[in-house]
Write a protein that binds this ligand. Structure first.
Ligand code: APR
Length: 234
């Protein structure tokens, strides 16, 4: 079976009702990144950060995957699929994708403030636990914090993601502005003879000289179009 790797971003979940980060009315227009997505912001005001991710988590448990997520999951019928996502939602998994690598953490997981990537302290919240009380402590004695990769923190699964992309027979990029590194650098790991396709309703600046097959459409329609194209390419 040919191997297809996807790199997805916030646009994948836009039609599920979740704001992207950099579109107009995006998340970063309403909230300061420094306050809610940096280690300093967490240290400065953990209650506000806890409230912020609680509200995102509430939206997530009431939201649902869109057609784009289901079309991504259906690709597993024809390919060995790995979904590398920058998204912290679990919509790919809820739509049926079975091999998802989260680069920026997961909203339904919490970790230790002192040792964010220590697996002993990473715990998965059940949907009914979406509202984490302010000041909840971790077993290691530090504050329990969202398992979100804050800006400036290392991306825990980057090597695994790069390896998957380097082995891919094709890369399908969906719903990301490709402005955040190191995620955006993954395109450089694609084999020279592997096609790269990109689904986005708007033009995306791709920092690579290689040819990218652009499907200028939303995820709920564009992923299916990309699947058709891939049948002819692979
Ligand atoms: N279908 C597909 N793509 C869409 C849709 C849609 N319905 N709506 C918007 N988009 C596209 C936008 O055109 C844009 O190119 O999705 C992209 C969203 O870009 P960003 O908002 O920058 O989100 P993303 O690329 O995922 O951001 C990367 O930045 O802030 C950090 O950690 C955060 O993971 C995030 C990272």
């Amino acid at each position: 079976m040919k191997k297809l790797v996807l790199l997805t971003g916030a646009g994948m979940s836009a039609e599920s009702g979740f704001s992207t980060f950099r579109d107009s009315q995006g998340l970063w227009e309403k909230h300061s990144v420094e306050d809610v997505a940096t280690p300093e912001g967490w240290e400065r005001n953990p209650d506000m950060v806890t409230d912020f991710y609680n509200s995102l988590r509430h939206d997530l448990i009431t939201g649902k995957p869109n057609q784009g997520h289901y079309d991504v999951a259906a690709l597993e019928n024809d390919y060995e699929v790995v979904v590398v996502t920058q998204n912290v939602d679990d919509l790919h998994e809820r739509a049926g994708s079975t091999n998802v690598i989260h680069l920026h953490g997961e909203l339904m997981k919490m970790c230790s403030t002192r040792n964010p990537n220590d697996p002993r302290y990473i715990r998965t919240l059940q949907p009914e636990e979406w509202e984490v009380p302010r000041g909840t402590m971790c077993e290691d004695g530090s504050l329990l914090r969202p398992w979100i990769v804050f800006f400036g923190e290392p991306v825990p699964n980057l090597d695994a993601a790069a390896r998957e992309v380097s082995e891919a027979d094709a890369l399908l990029i969906v719903g990301t502005s490709l402005v955040v590194y190191p995620a955006a650098s993954l395109i450089h790991y694609v084999k020279s003879d592997a096609p790269v396709l990109l689904v986005d309703p708007k033009p995306v600046q791709v920092n690579s000289s290689r040819h990218v097959e652009v499907i200028q459409d939303v995820a709920s329609k564009g992923v299916a179009k990309a699947a058709e194209l891939l049948k002819r390419m692979l």
